[in-house]
Design a protein around this ligand. Structure first.
Ligand code: GRF
Length: 202
């Protein structure tokens, strides 16, 4: 059973989809469990979700640390304390530090609400992604789960799924369609990565 640590900043609907997938008939049942949720935002609803699920949840905010290094060292310390195997960024609005990435090489995933490499990079998050997609009259968008690295949205892609966009779609309706796909593919991508890690461990 692999232990997942999830980093969030907001609502945590992706966190919820990962938690749900570890239960009942979910794709991660018996394979993984979420043992820790870290938020850099005290008011993130995702913290409440974790609380309700009985999952350890902590708040670690950058401004209380003198630099990125000590902030990320704290995150790493907490992940290690819970013996986390895989780190999932789920609406975590910050770049993860080198300390954590090096320690969890090939084991840090991120989800992005677009078909990367399109509509990625600094400033391309949340509604800005969907507004740009609609403005450019794209015929499709989607969601991407990829390995996280020290840049925004550039790591290798694990799973990507498309949604169709019609002329009547707004940024809000595209966001809704994409979010549904996000909830489906994040657990699947985690499963794929775990299976690959286990193959290497054999
Ligand atoms: C999602 O669209 C995710 O792709 C993006 O931020 C949003 C987070 O939603 N990075 P939630 O907090 O998981 O509900």
């Amino acid at each position: 059973m692999k232990k997942i640590g999830v980093l969030i900043s907001g609502g945590g609907s992706n966190l919820q989809s990962v938690i749900d997938s570890t239960k009942r008939k979910g794709v991660l049942k018996g394979i993984a469990k979420v043992v820790l949720v870290i938020s850099n935002n005290l008011h993130a609803y995702g913290l409440e979700r974790a609380q309700k699920e009985g999952i350890k949840n902590i708040f670690i905010e950058r401004k209380y640390y003198s630099d990125d290094k000590s902030y990320n060292a704290e995150i790493l310390k907490e992940l290690k304390k819970e013996e986390v195997d895989i780190v999932c960024l789920a609406g975590y609005m910050q770049i993860l530090g080198k300390e954590v990435l090096d320690s969890y090489s090939g084991k840090v995933l991120n989800i992005h609400p677009a078909l990367l490499p399109k509509y990625g990079g600094k400033g391309m998050y949340g509604k800005y992604v969907h507004e740009a997609v609609v403005k450019n009259k794209e015929k499709e968008s989607g969601a991407t789960v990829h390995f996280a690295d020290e840049n925004y949205d550039t790591g290798n892609i694990v799973i990507q799924e498309k949604v169709e966009i019609s002329q009547n779609d707004s940024a809000q309706t595209v966001a809704k369609k994409v979010l549904e796909v996000e909830h489906k593919i994040y657990p699947l991508a985690i499963k794929k990565v775990i299976e690959n890690i286990e193959k290497k461990e054999d």
